[in-house]
Design a protein around this ligand. Structure first.
Ligand SMILES: O=P(O)(O)OC[C@@H](O)[C@@H](O)c1c[nH]c2ccccc12
Length: 264
């Protein structure tokens, strides 16, 4: 069993428990469910946007605790003040120490798109995402059949959510490309063994059709890397640990964005 298998097995149990506690109808009645979503496309592609999607990540299976001292609302407010395009918040509790409460706390602090970073396997989680303030959801090609990606992405879009599809290699990309996704993210981290290489993004850039927002995910820690990724055609950059591992993520991102601007 890989760590990904373990995470998905646990997730299936969690979703069944959540469904038994709160129905989709209950979720639809939550106040946030009826809000209009911010568009990922607009916030990444409009002129002057830097394309950074900054992530709030307390812990991960590969690193253990990264930062359990900086409160979510402070960190995401700092990300927004640094003019990022969007914010990502982990909601998995078992492996990433996140929660849906973190997502809602982030929503309260933000006027930019918010990604629910989660292992989504069931449409119930899409309704949960909407009811807790998300604008964007993640679908991971490594754990979903193409038919599942199709139905989950269509349902997400019907709720007004933007869809980020995550792939790791050519095979996943080729079988998962479909018009009901908005953005395609190449994860530089292999979720099966945690090794990180930028070559995954660089090698796939030209194979992603231009109608999708091109996102590079994980292991990004400096402006020079963003420059290389932009040259390869990437428009958005998902970055977590580089900010979270410092004592002050809000300050770290300010420095990062300043160095990005001075290298432009
Ligand atoms: O902390 P990093 O190396 O900057 O990576 C952020 C993000 O890409 C990573 O957290 C991630 C990408 N895909 C995921 C899927 C599930 C959980 C986490 C992830």
């Amino acid at each position: 069993m890989t760590i990904l298998d373990t995470i998905i097995a646990k997730k299936r149990q969690e979703v069944e428990q959540a469904k038994a506690t709160l129905s989709i109808t209950d979720l639809e009645r939550k106040p946030l469910f009826s809000r209009a979503c911010f568009s990922l496309r607009e916030f990444v592609l409009s002129p002057g946007k830097n394309g950074i999607i900054a992530e709030y990540k307390r812990a991960s299976p590969s690193k253990g605790i990264i930062n359990d001292r900086s409160p979510v609302e402070e960190v995401v407010a700092g990300y927004q003040a640094a003019h990022v395009s969007a914010v990502s918040v982990l909601t998995d509790s078992e492996f990433f120490s996140g929660s849906l409460n973190d997502l809602t706390a982030a929503r309260d602090a933000l006027l930019i798109p918010l990604l629910r970073k989660e292992f989504i396997i069931d449409e119930y989680q899409l309704f949960e995402a909407k009811a807790h303030g998300a604008d964007v959801i993640l679908l991971i090609a490594a754990v979903l059949r193409p038919s599942e990606i199709k139905s989950l992405s269509e349902t997400a879009q019907s709720l007004g959510l933007s869809v980020l599809l995550e792939v790791h290699g050519h095979d996943e990309l080729d079988r998962s490309i479909m018009d009901s996704v908005d953005a395609i993210g190449v994860n530089n981290r292999n979720l099966k063994d945690f090794t990180v290489s930028l070559e995954h993004s660089l090698g796939l850039a030209d194979s992603i059709p231009d109608r999708f927002i091109k996102v590079s995910e994980s292991g990004i820690s400096n402006a020079a890397t963003i420059k290389r990724l932009r040259q390869a055609g990437f428009q958005a950059f998902l970055i977590g640990e580089n900010f979270m591992k410092t004592g002050d993520p809000a300050q770290a991102i300010q420095h990062f964005v300043a160095s990005l601007q001075s290298s432009d």
